[in-house]
Write a protein that binds this ligand. Structure first.
Ligand code: HEC
Length: 189
């Protein structure tokens, strides 16, 4: 009889212990930074680049003759979704780079950055991180506006600059150790 009474008490103790042994973790977020990048920002940016690349003229601007209403609408839609994804990223309550066990690209190669290091960068300068997410949102919003206005010169210029907007955040928060290298490479392109 006694044994039976002991059981529930033990079960409660076991539960309490398992709760205690868990690391105090923040992995209860709806979306990690890594998920925002790989499932949203990067995927949508690729759509923007794809439409841009299809219609690029010799001078790196969009050739209006290669566009039609459907393409302009597609570009406006993709840019607006990119704006939305970046706005969402800028508004996260708190930032968790990755869930346990998930790695970021090149994390394992020499000179690569681990999620923990990126997490430290973001924690120590969260306001700038938010600011850069909102800068991307603003840039994407400008692309959407140019697409709605069927302004090929402006849309082409902004799409050409998009990569730099991504890089400026990556250089600050992902791989600041490679800043000189990347900046030199970007100058040469
Ligand atoms: C506000 C900052 C910020 C902006 C803006 C930003 N990123 Fe990122 N991105 C990060 C951080 C931090 C990482 C590294 C950690 C991770 O993977 O989440 C990252 C990682 C990535 C990764 C690598 C994921 C992997 O490990 O394979 C890709 C791809 C990526 N970003 C694409 C983009 C593109 C494309 C843009 C622009 C359209 C962009 N990012 C803009 C912060 C940003």
């Amino acid at each position: 009889m006694n044994n039976f009474r002991l059981l529930p008490a033990l079960a409660v103790l076991a539960l309490a212990l398992s709760a205690c042994s868990k690391e105090p973790s923040n992995d209860d977020v709806a979306m990690t930074v890594h998920e925002a990048m790989t499932e949203h920002v990067d995927v949508i940016a690729d759509e923007v680049w794809a439409i841009g690349n299809e219609s690029i003229a010799d001078n790196a601007l969009i050739d209006n003759a290669l566009m039609d209403d459907a393409k302009w609408a597609k570009l406006a839609d993709a840019a607006t979704r990119l704006q939305g994804a970046a706005t969402d990223l800028g508004g996260f309550e708190h930032y968790v780079v990755n869930r346990p066990g998930v790695t970021i690209s090149d994390e394992d190669v020499p000179g690569g950055t681990t999620s923990e290091v990126v997490q430290k960068h973001i924690n120590s300068n969260t306001d700038d991180f938010r600011g850069m997410a909102h800068a991307l949102a603003a840039h994407a919003g400008d692309i959407a506006a140019a697409a709605k206005a069927h302004d090929g010169a402006q849309a082409g210029k902004l799409i050409g600059q998009l990569d730099g907007v991504c890089e400026s955040c990556h250089l600050e928060f992902w791989y600041p150790q490679q800043r000189e290298l990347v900046e030199a490479a970007m100058k040469n392109t």
